[in-house]
Design a protein around this ligand. Structure first.
Ligand code: ZN
Ligand code: ZN
Length: 279
């Protein structure tokens, strides 16, 4: 930065002074973001300053990229941590789990991730026996055309029967309303920051806000954020191609993850069938 400042006022390089100045300004902007990103005391990264009244100051959750995805992950983890123990020891919980048809595929594997082979072996016999009995019943009617596939489909869990999906949807609605309320009551004089979220969740926030000035301001803020992220992606790739990886900033190094988090949401939260069912 000092080198560029010297170059921008140097008489030896008058023709390049303007471009050095522009580059120095650009790097200074980047540095502000990088300093925020490397400060471990901060839970999130301020991306947009409040100096632009037509945009919101967006804060990116460092762990998940999306505040709403983060709140869903916390809610699901809290619920599964408690429930996996209940399922392993409580016959009533096992019976209810069996009646509901178990968890959806996404939450089945999240459950497995915090349970154990012993936990699964104590929790799942009731459900597995029930499904065995249901298949035997379907088998006895399978001679009727087109019936077996539909009957098995009816056994599969959905967002409405999966208990974790219930918690997921509840946490999601609450978080969406919170972000929408923050945007509605944002005070530009106080530089109120709005939590950034992935595009699937931005869609839900906009659904809550409806059309109008706030929605427009939010969209402009996201357009700026995505534009900057796209530039970070390109800068990283250019430096990588030129074997100048040592010149990349932290902002550029995290651009690949951030871009995908913003476009698709956190991998542990977003699965296509959940989103399609609940939107
Ligand atoms: Zn999200
Ligand atoms: Zn589920």
């Amino acid at each position: 930065m000092t080198f560029l400042a010297q170059r921008s006022i140097s008489r030896e390089h008058p023709a390049q002074a303007e471009s050095y100045t522009a580059l120095a300004t650009r790097l200074r902007d980047q540095r502000e973001v990088i300093v925020g990103a490397t400060n471990h005391q901060q839970p999130s990264i301020p991306i947009e300053t409040a100096s632009k009244p037509d945009t919101f100051a967006l804060e990116i959750d460092k762990r998940t990229g999306c505040r709403i995805c983060g709140q869903i992950l916390e809610a699901v983890f809290r619920f599964l941590s408690k429930h996996q123990y209940e399922l392993s020891i409580n016959p009533q919980a096992q019976q209810e789990h069996a009646n509901r048809g178990g968890f959806c595929p996404l939450h089945t594997w999240q459950y497995e991730g915090i349970s154990s082979p012993y936990g699964v072996c104590t929790a799942y016999p009731v459900l597995t026996h029930r499904l065995a009995a249901e298949l035997s019943t379907i088998a006895s009617h399978v001679m009727q055309p087109g019936q077996s596939g539909n009957s098995v489909r009816d056994l599969l869990p959905t967002t409405k029967t999966c208990r974790v999906c219930e918690g997921h949807i509840e946490a999601e609605k609450k978080a969406v309303e919170e972000v929408a309320a923050t945007a509605q009551h944002a005070d530009s004089a106080k530089a109120t920051k709005v939590s950034a979220c992935c595009l699937p969740h931005l869609r839900m926030v906009l659904g809550s806000l409806g059309s109008g000035e706030i929605a427009q301001k939010l969209l402009v803020s996201y357009a700026n954020l995505l534009g900057r992220t796209a530039e970070d992606l390109q800068r990283y790739a250019l430096r990588h191609d030129a074997l100048r990886r040592y010149l990349t900033s932290e902002e550029e190094r995290r651009a690949s993850q951030l871009a995908l988090l913003l476009l698709a949401g956190h991998r542990n939260v977003i699965s296509p069938w959940v989103i399609e069912d609940i939107l």
